[in-house]
Each structure stands twice: as C-alpha cells, then as structure tokens.
Design a protein around this ligand. Structure first.
Ligand code: PBG
Length: 327
C-alpha cells in the first residue's frame, strides 16, 4: 500500500501525541467559583453541587488554601446575604458578604486573584437580576444599582468585576462608576452571551437565587440565537469590556468558536453548575468515568476557542493538566 500521508504516525505513542497536541491548557487559565454565606461559620456542603461548599467569611481562607494547593490562583466570588429586599441593597453594602469576603481573602492572600460576580438575583427578595417595575425588570434603574455594587467590590479590593445580569448598557454604567472613583485599572469581565439556560438549576439552589415568579427570558438570551451573541459581545466591547464571556459552555461550543474568531479580546467560558452536576450524577450512578469526562469536556471548551474557563472542577483540572493527562 503506497500511502504518502499516514496521520496515524503522529498518534503512535504518548510522547508524539503530547508533542502534537493542538490545544494547550494551563492552570493559569482556570477560575474557581467560591460561594460565601454571610450567615455561616465554617463550611457546609452544597447538596445541589456534590463536592462544593458554602463558606463562612471566617472560612473563606480555607477555600483559597485548597485552590493554592492545586495551583489555582483565580476565583470568582458569589455571595449569599443575610438580608434580601426588593432592590437588593445588601449587594452594595460596605460590609456586605462579598465585600467582607474580599477583605478577608486579600488580608491573607494579596496575590490571589479575586473576581466578583456582579448581579442582583442573590440579593433581591423576588430573585430577579434587577429592580422590578410591575413584573418586568426595569433596565435603566437596575444600571444604577449594578454600578454601585461593582464599585463597592472594587473599593473592598476586588481585582476584577464580572456583571452577569444581562441588562443593556451595564458595562458602560459600571465602567463610568469605576473610572469616576479612580478604579480605571479594574477590568470588566462581561458575561456577554449569557443564555436563559436550564443548566443554571443547581447554582440557583446553591445561591438561593431562583426567581420567585416567571423566568429570566426577558433579559438572558434565547438559546436559539447565534448572531445575537455576536451583537451582545460587540456592544459590551464598545462599552469597554476587557474580557467577554459565553455561558453555558458545553451546549454553546459553536458560539464560543464564533466569538473567538470574531473578536480580539480574551474570551472566557463558564462551565456552569448543571454541566458539573450532570457529570457528578452520571458518575455516581456508575455510568461514566468522571475523570475522563471532566477532562474531555474542559478540553473541548478550549479547543472551541476559549482562553479561560470558570469551572467547579478547576482544582481537579489543574492537577490533570500538570500530570499531562490534558493540555
Ligand atoms: C447570577 C448568576 C447565575 C450564574 C452565574 N451568575 C445564575 C443565573 O443567571 O440564574 C449561573 C452559574 C452556574 O450555573 O454555575 N445571575
């Protein structure tokens, strides 16, 4: 048989396969979500997310230690406040849960990179991501509270803020508030193409942020849409976003690829709670190999064009990368 090209030559053993990998990953590109509960002391397992915990402000250092032990150096913080009200005022309280968690982390681990999720849904008593007008979330009055919230995170020492609300114009509003107060150098990671997804179910149980009526389809994107994702990214970039994001990850690899090809900014993907919980459940049922599915799922997101990944598996993935099992 005279074959000029034999692609199998480059698959013959582990050494040549590693040499020829087209996708490279690094622990530096992983971001670990940390949930901080203002009413808690110590840590408590999150039922909806096996292997994940709620941390009290007194225990958030433990979450950081575990990250650092696995060479994970970036986190995104979510807060569960003691009090909720109609406008989510504890979101921008000077001594709110996220603000205090940032201070606790920065006091002991100044180099650990802290990103904060900026949204109202954990702080409002109705569970929507902004201020209500009747049964609708009012866009423009929500911008004000988002800007105040992002600013209070920066004042507490956050390295980066990440608005996840999907209001129109929020990147511009946050950028203006940060700049006005001397935080020109705090970057904005915009949840740009965030879909109205069923994959957020376990997170909402974990964060106590499910809407008490209706759904989020009036502000989060319709999963049928692709071009709209490009438009959302374009708008966020024009408003001053430093990094854009596609969320969820696994069902939206096409959108990740298209955004990676269309824009020059770093692109983040969020492998959300439902993606994690499905792997955990299938593995607990003995149906899949958790480790290999975790690796292949994360790898596919980077192959699709993401430059960084928010994932509940950050610590395990970091180890897998260092062992050479992926990337
Ligand atoms: C807040 C927010 C959500 C997630 C991240 N930020 C929930 C939502 O939009 O309902 C989801 C994260 C996950 O599922 O892991 N708006």
């Amino acid at each position: 048989m005279e074959l000029i090209q034999r692609p199998r030559r480059l698959r013959g053993n582990e050494a040549v396969r590693r040499l020829c990998r087209e996708t490279r990953m690094s622990p530096d590109s992983l971001i670990y979500p940390i949930f901080v509960d203002e009413t808690l002391s110590g840590r408590r397992p999150i039922e909806a997310l096996p292997g994940q915990y709620h941390y009290g402000i007194d225990a958030v250092g433990q979450a950081v230690e575990e990250c650092l032990a696995n060479r994970v150096t970036h986190c995104i913080l979510f807060g569960l406040p003691r009090e909720k009200d109609a406008c989510g005022s504890s979101a921008w309280a000077e001594h709110g849960v996220v603000q205090e968690a940032i201070r606790a982390i920065k006091a002991r681990y100044p180099d650990f990179y802290v990103i904060t999720d900026v949204c109202m849904c954990e702080y409002t008593d109705h569970g929507h991501c902004g201020i209500l007008s009747g049964h609708e979330v009012d866009n423009d009055s929500t911008l004000e509270v988002l800007a105040k919230t992002a600013l209070s995170h920066a004042q507490a020492g956050a390295d980066m803020v990440a608005p996840s609300d999907m209001m129109d114009g929020r990147v511009a509003a946050i950028r203006a508030a940060l700049d006005e107060h001397g935080f020109q150098n705090v970057p904005i990671l915009a949840y740009s193409a965030k879909y109205a997804s069923a994959f957020y179910g376990p997170f909402r149980a974990a964060a106590g942020s499910a809407p008490s009526f209706g759904d989020r389809k009036g502000y989060q994107m319709d999963p049928h849409n692709r071009k709209e994702a490009l438009k959302e990214c374009q708008l966020d970039i024009a408003e001053g976003a430093d990094i854009i994001m596609v969320k969820p990850a696994l069902s939206y690899l096409d959108v990740i690829r298209e955004c990676a090809d269309s824009f020059d900014l770093p692109l983040c993907a969020y492998s959300v709670s439902g993606e994690y919980a499905m792997i955990k459940a299938a593995s607990a049922a003995g149906l899949i190999d958790e480790y290999r599915i975790m690796c292949e799922s994360a790898l596919s997101v980077f192959r699709a064009g993401a430059n960084m990944l928010i994932t509940y598996y950050a610590k395990e993935l970091s180890q897998a990368i260092r062992k050479g099992d992926i990337g």
